[in-house]
Design a protein around this ligand. Structure first.
Ligand SMILES: Cc1cc2nc3c(=O)[nH]c(=O)nc-3n(C[C@H](O)[C@H](O)[C@H](O)COP(=O)(O)OP(=O)(O)OC[C@H]3O[C@@H](n4cnc5c(N)ncnc54)[C@H](O)[C@@H]3O)c2cc1C
Length: 433
């Protein structure tokens, strides 16, 4: 059977069209009038967002990130990718559709590793959009190298007692619980020291030292918490997955999380690209449209090529996740879209700024924020450099070293091999090189 198809099912396309219209007309306006999309108890949120969530539920598009086997309503990563491209264009859209970060990744961990009790207490309300969660892994002294983590959990009777600090725990200020990576086995090998554990945010000893913002967000408005854990006591049953396997458990979450970011970023890039094209067709200088200037055309062409290439790689990665249902088998693909994302996002937004002139850098377009987001995409969930190392290592696994001073693929060696194989069938005399 030949299956290499770039078409969307007509039935699903109807849902995508509904989503695009719904997001544009009903959800995107929220971005202009409401603050954080995570303030679930805010009266404006309850009044304006909850009814939209209900509409999404009635359309069967709620919390599509988890498949039915994991307690969600989802329908696979490929369909989710096509949906997320649309949701990525609005700040509120993921929350309205119940598939916002970091809750998606956290739900995935809970679904895979939580006990029935943990699932009932946290997963179901999380999937229902009743509460928010936070993922607390990075530490002030190092995020990209988890072997440096120091936040410790020590056994005491039926509990673990946690002491340490975490950095950039997004949405901790809104969260009912944190999924925390803790060192439980300090003597074990570098990748067998840590475990993952659920910590309710109201546990005594959990303290938000400060909420850090991104860019020029005013102090106090940030959503990335510097968290201190002082003698925080949680039951051993809160452990997610086997003790010492925190890194493996983290991959469950980070794999999906990175793909979902990439899907939404396709939407952000498309947004910048649309603005760029509209401006090029609307502005005249020196007697002709910007769109008629070749250097502007080059910007549009380069942006389109990069955007489409990125989108196809994201969709193929989503398709491969659905095929294998195993993040380990798609590590290279996920690392590739993670590494490609900040550059494409940055380059398209930069060109969009340039084409808009002063308006592009002004605070009357969202472009400077998008530019900063492109840098965030190159840091959060692991820096680009680390993902490139992963890609190279995975790629090189499929190759072997060559023997001899001159490798087999040099032309003289290939010619000699070809003559060995075919020389007796060739009538004319072939000169040796
Ligand atoms: C907006 C945002 C949200 C975040 N949300 C969360 C969250 O919810 N939970 C959480 O736990 N963490 C979160 N993080 C933290 C994030 O995971 C870390 O910032 C990231 O892992 C990098 O760690 P670091 O900032 O300590 O940088 P460092 O580890 O200090 O690295 C700094 C730089 O050094 C270079 N570098 C690092 N390692 C290598 C290498 N092996 N090879 C070559 N160069 C290298 C890279 O240029 C890198 O950017 C968030 C970060 C951001 C920006």
């Amino acid at each position: 059977m030949m299956a290499w198809d770039f078409e969307t099912d007509a039935e699903y396309q109807v849902l995508l069209d509904w989503t695009a219209d719904f997001v544009e007309k009903k959800v995107a306006p929220l971005d202009m009038v409401l603050g954080s999309a995570m303030e679930y108890q805010d009266p404006d949120f309850i009044r304006l967002v909850r009814p939209l969530q209900q509409e999404v539920k009635e359309m069967g598009l709620w919390a599509c990130h988890l498949g039915p086997e994991l307690g969600g309503l989802g329908f696979g990563q490929l369909k989710l990718a096509l949906l997320n491209e649309i949701l990525g264009q609005s700040r509120f859209a993921s929350v309205v559709f119940g598939c916002q970060a970091p809750d998606t990744g956290n739900a995935e961990i809970l679904a895979h590793y939580g006990s029935d009790e943990i699932k009932a207490k946290y997963l179901q309300p999380l999937l229902n959009g009743e509460l928010a969660s936070s993922y607390s892994m990075s530490e002030p002294q190092g995020g990209a190298d988890p072997t440096q983590f120091r936040c410790m959990a020590v056994e005491d009777g039926d509990d673990f007692v946690i002491n340490g600090e975490k950095w950039f725990s997004s949405n901790a200020r809104f969260a009912s619980f944190l999924i925390v990576m803790v060192v439980t086995d300090p003597e074990a090998s570098a990748h067998g020291r840590a475990s993952m554990i659920v910590v309710p945010t109201d546990t005594p000893g959990v303290e938000i030292v400060r909420n850090v913002g991104v860019g020029d967000e005013p102090p106090g408005h940030g959503t990335h918490a510097y968290v201190r854990y002082t003698d925080v006591r949680v039951p051993k049953q809160n452990l997610l997955g086997p003790r010492g396997q925190g890194f493996a458990v983290a991959q469950t979450r980070l794999g999906g999380g990175r793909v979902h970011h990439a899907m939404r970023t396709v939407g952000q890039i498309k947004r910048a690209f649309d603005m760029m094209c509209q401006r090029a067709l609307s502005r005249t200088t020196k007697g002709e449209m910007l769109a008629d200037k070749q250097m502007v055309q080059e910007k549009i062409a380069d942006s389109w090529i990069e955007m489409e290439a990125f989108r196809l790689l994201v969709l193929r990665t989503a398709w491969r996740i659905d095929q294998f249902n195993d993040y380990v088998k798609v590590r290279k693909d996920i690392a590739a879209i993670k590494a490609m994302m900040p550059k494409v996002y940055h380059d398209v937004v930069s060109r969009c700024i340039q084409i808009h002139g002063a308006l592009g850098v002004s605070n009357e377009l969202p472009l400077s924020g998008m530019l900063l987001s492109s840098y965030v995409m190159g840091i959060a969930d692991g820096p680009t450099e680390v993902h490139k190392v992963t890609i190279a290592r995975q790629v090189l696994r499929d190759y072997e070293s060559t023997e001899g001073l001159f490798p087999d693929y040099t032309l003289p060696n290939r010619r000699a091999a070809a003559l060995d194989l075919l020389g007796h069938e060739i009538e004319r005399e072939v000169e040796a090189w």
